[in-house]
Design a protein around this ligand. Structure first.
Ligand code: NAD
Length: 412
């Protein structure tokens, strides 16, 4: 009998696991433990509406009533410091412990930090938690300068938001293009030109050597080439690392995240991992933390089903979305890799645009720019591995929906 399921991490992945357990009929004890002081909220809004102040705080993921009605024992502001897997107990910072029958680790990721001189000055921010967004918001007033270090998802989303608020934004990226990890080089270049049109000053291939300040507060960013950029505030957004230290200390197999199988099971019996902390098997091969909202949500459902014996092994396909320079971008699969890139639409005219990567007659990755309807078709093409031909995919006279019917007679 599964009397108690303990979930460590009360963000999206942990909370959705609790939700899916109840939705699947589990009526035992669920303890949902998180170190943030507030229940799960909409993290994507931290770089957008919360940052502008359009909404004072991030919307809650679930109504407060839901936790009560569903008898979820929520323990917030509490840190778990150890797992005693032999005795099936988790240990809290204050020395108390809790017995579990099944344990779900949903501890998320830590924002990476820089070790260069001056990184401890005030006015240098990260953006991971609700409190970070509220603090950063106070610095984003018109006419002030913000230097963003790291041109990935957070960097580009915050640059957009800050620029629209009249802030003078400089975005520094070490690589030779923005957003390569998630969107690939081609879309990274497109986003760069859109951000520049918005007024963001972008420098690629740059290294920060140090931060300078006065009275303990940052005043400038010093680059490796000796240049000095004035800064009223700095955001460091150079990536995230899975928060897998609890699992490592307990001897659970990890490799940049907790290694799990297609049901979320770890190398330790009765312990599962879900969300940003879990390195999940990918449908296309390999295994990694996917760092996206939609994958975390999907994994929560899979872990809940697995715990309840309704096995649903499911390798993941990366899927996500972002808002950059006023555009809504959605992505599925891997945009970079072997095969051919097919573009549908005309970016110069501002029309909806789809970019596909086709390999061996299948769409392996797709990105939609302001093209939500087409993205739902692309999602189906990628997930169902429907055979396609490049000729039909790039032909604007062919309705994308027609491509969902299996094509066997076409040639490229
Ligand atoms: P990221 O991995 O998306 O981007 C980090 C960027 O920083 C990369 O372009 C990298 O080349 C660059 N970089 C690394 N070291 C650098 C350095 N020393 N100087 C300058 N540039 C450097 O990470 P992020 O933007 O920090 O986001 C953190 C996490 O939050 C990720 O897991 C991300 O997926 C998640 N997130 C997701 C969304 C979304 O899905 N829309 C939005 C925001 C954040």
């Amino acid at each position: 009998m599964i009397a108690t399921i303990a979930i460590v991490g009360a963000g999206l992945a942990g909370t959705m696991t609790a939700h899916a357990l109840r939705a699947n009929g589990y009526d035992g004890r669920i303890c949902l433990i998180g170190d943030e002081p507030i229940p799960a909220y909409d993290r994507p809004s931290l770089s957008k509406a919360v940052l502008t102040g359009e909404v004072p705080e991030a919307p809650a993921l679930l109504d407060q009533d839901w936790y009560v009605t569903n008898s979820i024992e929520v323990q917030l502001g509490r840190r778990v410091t150890g797992i005693d897997a032999g005795n099936r107990r988790i240990v809290f910072e204050d020395g108390t412990s809790l017995a579990y029958d099944r344990l779900v680790l949903a501890t998320g990721a830590h924002a990476r930090w820089m070790t260069v001189p001056g990184a401890q000055l005030s006015g240098i921010h990260r953006l991971r938690h609700h409190a970070d967004s509220v603090t950063l918001r106070q610095t984003l007033t018109s006419g002030r300068s913000l230097v963003v270090v790291g041109g990935g998802l957070i960097g580009c989303e915050v640059a957009t938001t800050a620029c629209k608020s009249g802030v003078d934004v400089t975005l520094l990226e070490t690589a030779d293009e923005l957003l390569q990890r998630v969107l690939g080089r081609r879309i990274g270049l497109w986003c760069r030109s859109e951000l520049e049109a918005l007024g963001v000053h972008i420098e690629l291939g740059t290294q920060v050597a140090s931060f300078d300040g006065e009275g303990g507060h940052v005043t400038s960013v010093v680059l490796a080439d000796g240049r000095r950029l004035p800064a009223d505030a700095v955001l460091i957004s150079i990536g995230a690392d899975p928060a897998d230290e609890l699992a490592r200390r307990a001897g659970i197999d990890c490799a940049r995240g907790i290694l799990v199988d297609g049901t979320g099971a770890t190398s330790c019996s009765d312990v599962y991992a879900v969300g940003d902390v879990a390195a999940w098997p990918l449908r296309g091969g390999g295994q990694r933390s996917l760092e996206t909202y939609l994958n975390s949500q999907a994994q929560a459902g899979i872990v809940a089903a697995a715990i309840l014996g309704k096995l649903l092994p499911s390798p993941q396909v990366p899927i996500g979305w972002t808002e950059i320079a006023g555009h809504h971008l959605q992505m599925i699969g891997d945009p970079e890799g072997p095969g051919e890139i097919v573009v549908r639409g005309d970016s110069a005219s501002g029309a909806p645009l789809m970019v596909f990567r086709v390999f061996e007659g299948r769409v392996e990755g797709a990105i939609a720019i302001d093209a939500s309807k087409d993205f739902s078709v692309a999602t189906r093409l990628v997930t169902a591995q429907i055979p396609v031909t490049v000729a039909r995919l790039q032909d604007p006279s062919v309705n994308l929906r027609d491509l969902m019917k299996t094509q066997t007679s076409d040639t490229t």
